[in-house]
Design a protein around this ligand. Structure first.
Ligand code: AR6
Length: 172
């Protein structure tokens, strides 16, 4: 059975088949979760990223995990929050395209950080709704494939937002 869990953790410590990186269009590293993933994976990750030719907002690319416990890193680029109507569809694209790429590569366990909610300024509750709705829809559309999804929250505020939204859905 496909399922979703919410975890407070450092994503670099998780031994999933794949962890998702909230990267930027260059794919050449940065701060936040991106910096943490590159530090933990080692310089081979940057070397492989250099061969990828960047990544457009909403799209996703895959690399090996190198020194990480995870086998793969799926790099996706969230939207810089602007308040425009295409913020939400672009953020949804990140989750959907990451899951599609994961499936194509035989991934069965995947962890996502809260994409765009740090440096990119996406309001946490709005981003949480997009993340959870998109992942639930994908799991429904891919019932023939086993996929366990972890929402990896770095702090209590983020975990609280995910738990609150899950609770709201379970009451419906
Ligand atoms: N494990 C899990 N989550 C983490 C970790 C970690 N080790 N470190 C931070 N977070 P951000 P964005 C959380 O800013 O908003 C980078 O410079 C963090 O608390 O990492 O998509 C890229 O290169 C927050 O909840 O990503 C881009 O330029 C979430 O991860 C830009 O930042 C996302 O915060 C992308 O910005």
């Amino acid at each position: 059975m496909n399922h979703i869990q919410i975890l407070r953790a450092d994503i670099t410590a998780l031994s999933c088949d794949a962890i998702v990186n909230a990267a930027n269009q260059s794919l050449l590293g940065g701060g936040g979760v991106d910096g943490a993933i590159h530090r933990a994976a080692g310089p081979e990750l940057l070397r492989e990223c250099r061969t990828l030719g960047g990544c457009r907002t909403g799209e996703a690319k895959i690399t090996k995990g190198y020194r990480l416990p995870a086998k793969f890193v799926i790099h996706t680029v969230g939207p810089v929050y602007s308040g425009a109507p295409d913020d939400a569809p672009l953020l949804a694209d990140c989750y959907r395209n990451s899951l599609n790429l994961a499936r194509e590569n035989g991934v069965h366990t995947i962890a996502f950080p809260a994409i765009s909610t740090g440096v990119y300024g996406y309001p946490l509750r709005e981003a949480t709704k997009v993340a959870v709705d998109t992942v639930r829809k994908w799991l429904e559309d891919n019932r023939d494939y086993l996929m366990d999804v972890t929402f990896c929250c770095f702090d209590d505020r983020t975990r609280g937002a995910y738990e609150e939204y899950e609770k709201k859905l379970s009451r419906q």
